[in-house]
Design a protein around this ligand. Structure first.
Ligand code: DER
Length: 233
């Protein structure tokens, strides 16, 4: 089974099992969530499903609009029934690395305002430890004015290598939807206490958010190579 197919079966199963009519739904960012939104739109047509969606990025908002799903926001609906999102890696404790797409701040905000965070992914995201398979680093969103001191501090205190994420189709760094930079923390020690590390990082002035989603996910759906679906909770 291709990666795309694996993403698709995971996304469709998660939407069918976790979205009921009348639900307020957080819509994550990335490629896997596209299949989830397509399934939502299908169900709206087939079942007259009533949902309102809160996007987690410019990309997610455009996706919701493309599929003519109703938009809302957290100030109108401060508590969502479910948030469905992808991940860059999921460990055996259901801790996540997210932010490969640079949308981690709004993703974490929306997830934190949802009763459930349902992760959808292909089999390449299913690891026992963070860093087993995902080598692009833990994304950390930072204020542009202080990215170098933060880079140096993380390397000094925790080891590894911290790189400013550079844009591909634009000279200079990636600028997030929130006007910040992204640092990618690579070659980190995989045996860190991620809850402590995450707390320490978030106490650092200038760090806006991390791509460490610790103890936030309710359940993960992985599309496997053989066409089956692995559920982890
Ligand atoms: O940037 C993000 O957090 C995305 O959700 C990412 O982790 C998953 O992207 P994918 O569905 O394209 O693999």
């Amino acid at each position: 089974m291709s990666l795309q197919e694996a993403k698709k079966i995971a996304a469709r199963q998660a939407v069918d099992e976790h979205v009921q009519s009348g639900n307020l739904v957080g819509i994550g960012s990335g490629s896997t969530v596209i299949f989830a939104v397509e399934r939502l739109a299908e169900r709206v047509k087939k079942e007259d499903l009533k949902v309102q969606c809160v996007p987690t990025s410019f990309q997610a908002r455009e996706l919701v609009i493309k599929h003519q799903l109703p938009l809302t926001d957290l100030n109108i609906n401060p508590l969502l029934d479910v948030c469905i999102d992808g991940a860059d890696e999921v460990d055996s404790n259901l801790n996540l690395i997210k932010g490969g797409g640079g949308c981690l701040l709004q993703e974490k905000i929306v997830a934190s305002c949802s009763k459930k965070l349902i992760i959808i992914a292909d089999y390449t995201k299913n690891s026992s430890k963070l860093g087993d398979q995902y080598k692009k680093g833990i994304p950390i969103e930072v204020s542009p004015m202080v990215y170098v001191p933060i880079q140096k501090k993380i390397e000094r205190l925790y080891g590894g290598k911290v790189e400013l994420r550079m844009a591909v189709m634009k000279a200079g760094p990636v600028i997030t939807d929130n006007g910040n930079f992204i640092l990618d923390w690579k070659e980190f020690n995989q045996d860190h206490d991620w809850k402590k590390i995450n707390t320490d990082l978030l106490l650092t002035p200038g760090i806006v958010e991390t791509g460490l989603f610790i103890g936030m996910a309710t359940k993960a759906y992985f599309g496997l190579k053989d066409g089956s679906i692995k559920k982890q909770e």
